[in-house]
Design a protein around this ligand. Structure first.
Ligand code: ATR
Length: 288
């Protein structure tokens, strides 16, 4: 007789590169949870139908990645405040009452910075580079940590302005100074520097230069790229060369998965251990 296990998946297009099945399988092993977690390539026009079919077939939930995070937020019957602020969801929970949407990306980022890197966000000065989906997913959670100040800088100023306006109330609530600075103004003003610099742009994918001047770094600043692997390298090399502590987004990936796992299963997995294991695995595979 085969044991019945709850099924989950990550839905995206492309999705072949996703490390989520490995991460969730390891979480399940380490917490003794019986579940399956598949990688599912979904047709670009087939996301809603896929989710409905997966739920009807008994699926318990899914992670959502590019390019479906907006659609995931829209199709849910209920969504968290984080989803509303980000306009995007990366986690769907199927229950008797319907589909609930969550966004654990920002929580994952904050957990990696504060717990794994041991850097306090509370009371500090933060620079957020970018105003696309990745930045939108993170800003609400960063504000909840009550930094002193968050400055958003983006190639397209109007997008940064819209993102900041969207978060104005929550910034007020947490007494955080939330501002947009024009990219040229940032380059001209050498007094603007930060404790934590987060790269949420896709600039390195296109081979463009780092989207900030080195004057934003203080000695010992944390320079964090939400990407990992070769995509993060230009930013991390730039940060290290200027005396900052460079950190890639692998921990964010594992921690956002841990938040999803905890929501689905009611059990918190040992994410720091799984991050260490994944880092070792990736180093071993790139070394050969
Ligand atoms: P994601 O979901 O990864 O955030 P996105 O929503 O397309 O993807 O956003 C990409 C971000 O990277 C945006 O902030 C984008 O700037 P624009 O708003 O001006 O488009 C930024 N970005 C992409 N290529 C860039 C480049 N070459 N230099 C600077 N910023 C870049």
């Amino acid at each position: 007789m085969t044991a019945i296990t709850d099924s989950y998946c990550v839905a995206g297009n492309p999705v072949a590169h996703s490390r989520s099945p490995w991460i969730h399988a390891r979480f399940a092993q380490l917490t003794g949870q019986a579940l399956s977690y598949e990688r599912t390539l979904v047709a670009l026009d087939g996301f809603t139908a896929f989710v409905q079919n997966f739920a009807a077939a008994g699926g318990k939930g899914c992670n959502v990645t590019v390019p479906f995070k907006l659609q995931a937020a829209e199709l849910a019957i209920s969504a968290s405040e984080r989803v509303r602020l980000a306009g995007a969801a990366n986690t769907l929970i199927f229950s008797g009452s319907g589909i609930h949407a969550e966004n654990t990306d920002g929580l994952g980022l904050v957990a990696d910075i504060t717990r794994n890197a041991g850097v306090t966000i509370n009371g500090r000065d933060v620079l957020l580079l970018g105003a696309g989906g990745a930045a939108a997913g993170a800003l609400g959670s960063l504000l909840e940590e009550k930094p002193r100040r968050i400055v958003v800088v983006n190639r397209t100023y109007a997008k940064a302005q819209a993102l900041v306006e969207q978060h104005a109330n929550i910034a007020l609530l947490h007494k955080v100074e939330l501002q947009v600075i024009d990219k040229q103004a940032l380059e001209a003003d050498l007094t603007q520097n930060f404790d934590i610099i987060i790269n949420a742009t896709a600039s390195s994918l296109g081979g463009a230069e780092v989207p900030a001047p080195a004057s934003v770094l203080r000695a010992g600043s944390l320079a964090y790229d939400m990407m990992y692997g070769p995509a993060a390298k230009p930013f991390l090399d730039w940060a290290s060369a200027h005396g900052a502590v460079a950190r890639d987004g692998l921990g964010m990936l594992v921690e956002q998965a841990a938040e999803s796992f905890a929501l689905w299963r009611g059990v918190r997995p040992p994410s720091a251990q799984v991050l260490a294991e994944l880092r070792e695995l990736l180093q071993a595979t790139t070394a050969h």
